[in-house]
Design a protein around this ligand. Sequence first.
Ligand code: MN
Length: 304
Amino acid sequence: MPTDLPNVAHLIIPPVRDLGDGFHVKRVLPAREQMMVGPFIFFDEMGPIHFKSGNGLDVRPHPHIGLATVTYLFEGEILHRDSVGSVQTIRPGEVNWMTAGRGIVHSERTGSELRASGGPLAGIQLWLALPKRDEETPPSFTHFDAPQLPRLIAGGVELTLIAGEWLGARSPVQVFSPLFYVDAQFARGSKLVMPAGYEQRALYVTHGVIELDGHRIEASQMLVLQPGKEVTFTSRDGARAMLLGGEPLEEARYIWWNFVASSAERIRQAQADWRDGKFAAVPGETEFIPAPDMNSVRPRSSDD
Ligand code: MN
């Protein structure tokens, strides 16, 4: 969407996708206006939803290549399993970082206890494209508990550094290229100065309203900032937002289904490998999500 807000390149209002049973995701990136923000190539807000007793999330095993997934919840929990043998429950404030590299398979489900009781689920799941030199790195998975993440308070805003470097603090979460990913909780009447440091920067409001130069940025809107200028966000009544960005990768990226690569051929190879059962299995899982028909979908380049 065109914007005349000062210092703003794009205002992204994501489409809402219904994944069934009342479960909605807002697909913020890739957007028509801008495919990537730094290495961030995919950004989904899930929920909020309240699962009734007996219901839950069931994302069956599916593959990834060429990216790292980062999961961060506001409410609820998800049980992650993957083909390197990880079995990990994630809860609010914790981080699941999965490096797909040359190939990983995972499932994401509601665990049996929570499924029996029912409960809420809300959070962000995003993907970072790996730099070309790391695209074929061995797959791995790491979980971080909430107390492991650096916390800063500035101007009445509580900042949790999920990944990367921000205002001199560094998250223990290993990253592959310069970036920042921050959970910013704005108290009433608070103010956040976003420095010019990284070339590409964005803010996504998850709760409440944030103001920039007197303009209101509502929940479920992403602002992509113009490079090179410090900006100041304020909140009158309290709000929450994710701050993200970094240095752009050198080459274009193709994104198709669950795959990201710097070459279209690598995507085709991954699609064939999944179709032919060549990815590793997830212990404890027997189901899988079939790949869509590639003839109907053209890989999309960030140069498009
Ligand atoms: Mn996935």
